[in-house]
Write a protein that binds this ligand. Structure first.
Ligand SMILES: *Cc1c(COP(=O)(O)O)cnc(C)c1O
Length: 359
């Protein structure tokens, strides 16, 4: 197989070293005489892998002691329900920042549980900008503030954490592990694994302990954070393979120097790609410079009719999955941790040559 670079938004590219490691131990995990996919989640081999995975994850993000880390299923989408179910705590209202496609989904689900105060709304600028925080209108009665630090589809990323006195819930699906964050500023952080953590099927939730366990009893038991928090995420069978694989990814991130090293590489990768886009009249990105995502870089071609040719030729060149989301059009390059800088360089090279041929 020749080396290809996969720019998929998710499920996304995994580090080659991690795939090789998983391949090497796929038939027999440790000395268990069975694959990691075939062993009990309560057996010593898997328990060890699960604990190590959590430990490494905690270390990478410097997660304080008073936070639980849960390894769940249901995707980020299940958290759109679990956040109001767990964080309303008798309240009737929650505040949501609407900065993109995933905010919209979170808001729609929250409305099934409570009144939603949309404290800022980027709909009018087509999710290309975020209103200054001082202009946000956060309702005093809101039980919590929800926002999406990185909007995966429009490529819009916060460069700050909102300062509020209520708990913050953040959908970090497409930005977690891309740079250090101050976990202590959050009530709940959640992320589907398939962007920057590992294979799909796993959702990681980091939740402050004092926010756990105040759920009305009509709600599904599995949607109460306390259920999994009190059972080490093994109230029922967890997603064992993705949990194990995520552990291998965490080891890889640690070997690479942790999150500050990721930050340096990711910043440089994103800057070089935006520079290539901005320095050409043929390519464009509409997002306000300050809020451009490091992880998801959408770009348009000057002539839409060239999109199909661009996709065909880029695929032939080993640059995969560049098609933009249908709501934005054009292209999108997702450049998560696993995308090496060589992959971004290959893309820029291809873009320059394509412009020479067709621009
Ligand atoms: C991908 C994504 C989701 C959806 O995740 P699922 O695991 O498919 O539910 C939600 N939010 C963000 C920011 C995403 O990038």
């Amino acid at each position: 197989m020749t080396q290809a670079y996969n720019f998929s938004a998710g499920p996304a590219m995994l580090p080659r070293e991690v795939l090789l490691k998983i391949q090497s131990e796929l038939l027999e995990y440790q000395n268990s005489k069975a694959s990691v996919m075939e062993i009990s989640h309560r057996g010593v081999d898997f328990m060890e892998a699960a604990e190590k995975s959590e430990q490494d994850f905690r270390e990478l993000l410097s997660i304080p002691e008073n936070y639980k880390v849960l390894f769940l299923q249901g995707g980020a989408s299940a958290q759109f329900s679990m956040v109001p179910i767990n964080l309303l705590r008798g309240g009737l209202k929650a505040s949501y920042a609407n900065t993109g496609h995933w905010s919209v989904k979170a808001i729609a689900e929250a409305k099934r549980y409570c009144e939603v105060n949309v404290c800022t709304d980027s709909t009018e600028n087509n999710f290309t900008n975020i209103d200054d925080f001082q202009n946000w209108d956060i309702d005093e009665d809101a039980s919590y503030l929800h926002y999406t630090p990185n909007e995966t589809i429009a490529g819009l990323e916060f460069d700050y954490i909102p300062e509020v006195s209520i708990p913050i819930a953040a959908d970090m699906s497409s930005t977690i592990l891309s740079r250090p964050i101050d976990v202590s500023k959050f009530g709940v952080i959640y992320a589907g694994a398939q962007k920057n953590i590992g294979p799909s099927g796993l959702t990681i939730v980091i939740v402050r302990e004092d926010l756990i366990g105040d759920v009305v009893k009509q709600q599904p038991k599995l949607f109460d954070y306390s259920t999994q928090a009190h059972n080490d995420s093994m109230f029922n069978t967890p997603a064992t393979f993705p949990w194990y694989a995520a552990g291998r990814v965490f080891e890889w991130v640690k070997e690479k120097g942790g999150l500050s090293a990721m930050q340096t590489i990711n910043k440089a990768k994103a800057e070089s790609l935006y520079r290539a886009i901005d320095s050409s009249d043929f390519y464009s990105n509409p997002v306000s410079t300050r809020y451009r995502s490091w992880m998801n870089v959408p770009f348009l071609l000057a002539d839409d009719k060239l999109n199909i040719t661009f996709l065909e030729r880029s695929k032939e060149a080993g640059l995969l999955a560049l098609k933009g989301h249908r709501s934005v059009g054009g292209m999108r390059a997702s450049i998560y941790n696993a995308m090496p800088k060589e992959g971004v360089e290959a893309l820029i090279n291809f873009m320059n040559n394509f412009e020479k041929d067709f621009g």
